[in-house]
Design a protein around this ligand. Structure first.
Ligand code: ZN
Length: 313
């Protein structure tokens, strides 16, 4: 028996077979298509699942469960996807339609929740019963694990750290509000801060290193320039670290998990990100004169999507 993990993304859908040791034994992928009806989208996924188990010398009878991680929200009870903007899904009966093609238990959850689960079972937070996973990329995703299970709230809308208001009336967010945390803590935010900073400082290494083209500034550009000692880059970097430290302090004030895990593209900065954040965050924690949760880097990387989806139960 194998478990199937499906990682639904805006450009591609990854499908993997996962064994009992939570290892991916075979992987496959299809392009995300939003130009076809919902039923057809699911048929493409189901066909890929069937082809993948066949390639492994198995049949769909050997499938134990099919877990699906989506960039949106879903009801674990009904199998309905409530909202998934990238796919154009709004209150769609995912499980019942998918079961027309493959009649096996289908479990659906948010992609950051699924990654949080994967890290808490087979990754850096393995062995803990409570953790908060924060993925830092274009936006901020987060997943809360309590008592070894995903906590997505009473109405499936919790764990959205990225849209906690950080600065009332602040920077406009893609969600329509202003001042959301992801406008200050994501890679997009870091790049925005860098562009603002270099507009008055053309001598900065940030802009020099991208041939004076602000559109080419990436998170790594800022980290590299800061590491090289560029004054403007260091200012941006310190401000960004401070924002992230405040975010982590807030998570601890609210939930006090055993561990906080950082993943996503920005986490590639490694100890250059982790060390100062770890030094800074205690000042934002109310009861900080005692041991506090460690902040660790995620270890499963992009595979967390498939592994975590396969772990859903
Ligand atoms: Zn927002």
């Amino acid at each position: 028996m194998v478990k199937v993990g499906i990682d639904v993304g805006g450009t591609g859908i990854k499908i993997g077979l996962v064994d009992r040791q939570n290892r991916i034994i075979r992987e496959n992928a299809i392009h995300t298509r939003t130009d076809i009806p919902f039923e057809e989208q699911l048929k493409h996924m189901a066909d890929c699942v069937t082809a993948t188990v066949k390639a492994e010398g198995l049949s769909t009878d050997d499938i134990e469960t099919i877990g699906v991680g989506i960039p949106g929200i879903a009801s674990a009870k009904t199998g309905e996807i409530i909202k998934c903007t990238n796919m154009g899904w709004n209150h769609v009966p995912f499980r019942s339609v998918f079961n027309r093609y493959i009649d096996k238990p289908v479990l659906i959850d948010n992609d950051a929740n699924v990654a949080a689960l994967a890290e808490s079972v087979a990754g850096v937070s393995a062995g803990t019963s409570s953790s908060v996973f924060i993925t830092i990329g274009t936006g901020i995703g987060s997943g809360i694990i309590l008592n070894g299970r995903i906590w997505s709230g009473a109405h499936h809308i919790g764990g959205e750290l990225g849209h906690v208001i950080f600065d009332l009336g602040g920077v406009p967010c893609t969600c329509g509000n202003r001042g959301c945390l992801e406008r200050y803590c994501s890679a997009t935010a870091l790049i925005r801060m860098a562009r603002e900073a270099v507009s008055d400082h053309p001598e900065s290494l940030i802009i020099q290193s991208v041939s004076m083209d602000p559109a080419r500034i990436e998170a790594k550009t800022v980290f590299d320039a800061a590491q090289a000692g560029d004054r403007i880059a260091l200012e941006v970097y310190h401000h960004y670290i401070d924002c992230l430290a405040q975010a982590i302090g807030s998570v601890i004030n609210l939930l006090d998990p055993e561990v906080i895990v950082i993943g996503g593209g920005v986490s590639k900065a490694g100890s250059f990100l982790l060390d100062p954040v770890t030094r800074e965050y205690p000042q934002y924690v109310l009861f900080n004169d005692q041991p506090l949760p460690p902040v660790k880097l995620a270890v499963l990387g992009p595979e967390a999507g498939i592994i975590g989806a396969a772990m859903l139960s």
